[in-house]
Design a protein. Structure first.
Length: 355
């Protein structure tokens, strides 16, 4: 499909889902005056929801920053945050979040981090995030299983499928590190095929670059697993970022002045919704997130407030990333984040060279 057409279709789909959420929020006959309900929300809790959004971005960027510093690249934390926001933006506008990590690697390259090292940092964050969201969702499910089975009942198969898909990413990505010869043969075959159909001009140069990235990644993963402190640090950053994102629903609930459902039940549903919907191939998991919210939180938000809660929650967990992402990308293109200042990011050979 033409890249421009894909962008147009993604944008149209995002607009359609936003319009649907807006209609659900303000077209519910159970809520006589949705605008009054919206403006009567407790602003203090809404501010906490915003802090959850910021915490998600900050802790994810912090994990990347730690990894880059252990490789010897002294990027400023603000630069890494901008790279992270760029990745979130492209993840949310591309099917299956396929554009996020490549654009993060590209932004890191502009900041002076070689592709191999940037790929390593981004991949380690992916492994840590997938592992921790799988672990947290499983633990909260086990500790609150009576509530979950009562609340979700026939929707539990969504949870099971989503959990399996999310967790399967971890061993699949690790396979690339621990079975290096297999991956090298696979890469050689794919590049050879691309060369035969003239997608790659210089086969040897492409192989050399690919092997360099794979070798850097292989070494970094091995050293990471030999450093329990670094492994725990990455998992901690991922746990905090995922709890901030999925826990935002707790404070949306409080903003409506509601009570009766414990925070840990709300957080459990937030985690299970994330693993259930995040694997869908549409931009930002649109459709699955909205439909899942309406099903998972059925009865939690009474009196027609569920649609309005969906609008608030989706704004802070999706649309705000789009707004901030556009600004971040424009600032990066304008060079206002200093990504071109490569002298500040040259590896310090006195430090460890891998995560």
């Amino acid at each position: 499909m033409n890249p421009k057409l894909k962008k147009i279709l993604s944008a149209l789909f995002i607009l359609v889902t936003f319009a649907a959420v807006f209609c659900i929020a303000f077209g519910n006959p159970e809520l006589s005056n949705a605008w009054d309900a919206l403006f009567s929300l407790d602003a203090r809790w809404i501010a906490v929801v915003f802090l959850c959004w910021a915490g998600y971005a900050f802790f994810d960027a912090l994990g990347t920053w730690f990894c880059l510093r252990k490789q010897g690249f002294r990027l400023g934390l603000w630069t890494v945050i901008s790279v992270t926001l760029t990745g979130f933006y492209y993840s949310n506008i591309t099917p299956g979040a396929s554009g996020g990590q490549p654009m993060q690697v590209n932004s890191l390259r502009k900041a002076g981090v070689p592709v191999g090292n940037g790929t390593t940092a981004v991949t380690i964050r992916l492994i840590a995030n997938q592992f921790m969201v799988s672990l947290l969702s499983l633990l909260f499910l086990l500790f609150n299983r009576a509530f979950v089975y009562q609340q979700l009942s026939d929707a539990m198969w969504f949870v099971r499928i989503g959990w399996i898909i999310n967790f399967s990413v971890v061993p699949l990505v690790l396979l690339a590190a621990f079975r290096r010869s297999l991956v090298r043969r696979l890469a050689s075959g794919l590049i050879g095929l691309a060369a035969r159909i003239r997608l790659v001009k210089d086969r040897e140069a492409a192989l050399e670059k690919t092997y360099e990235v794979l070798d850097t990644y292989h070494t970094a993963i091995y050293d990471l697993f030999r450093s329990p402190a670094q492994l725990l640090l990455q998992c901690l950053c991922s746990a905090l970022s995922m709890l901030a994102l999925t826990g935002s629903i707790v404070f949306v609930y409080y903003a409506f002045g509601l009570s009766g459902t414990p925070w840990y039940h709300l957080l459990t549903l937030g985690l299970l919704l994330f693993v259930s919907a995040s694997y869908t191939p549409l931009p930002g998991a649109s459709g699955a997130q909205e439909g899942g919210f309406m099903r998972y939180f059925d009865g939690i938000f009474p009196g027609g407030t569920k649609g309005l809660a969906l609008l608030i929650w989706r704004f802070f967990t999706y649309y705000l990333f789009l707004f901030v992402g556009v600004i971040t990308v424009l600032l990066e293109k304008a060079g206002l984040y200093g990504h071109a200042r490569r002298q500040d990011t040259e590896p310090d050979q006195t430090e460890d060279t891998v995560c």
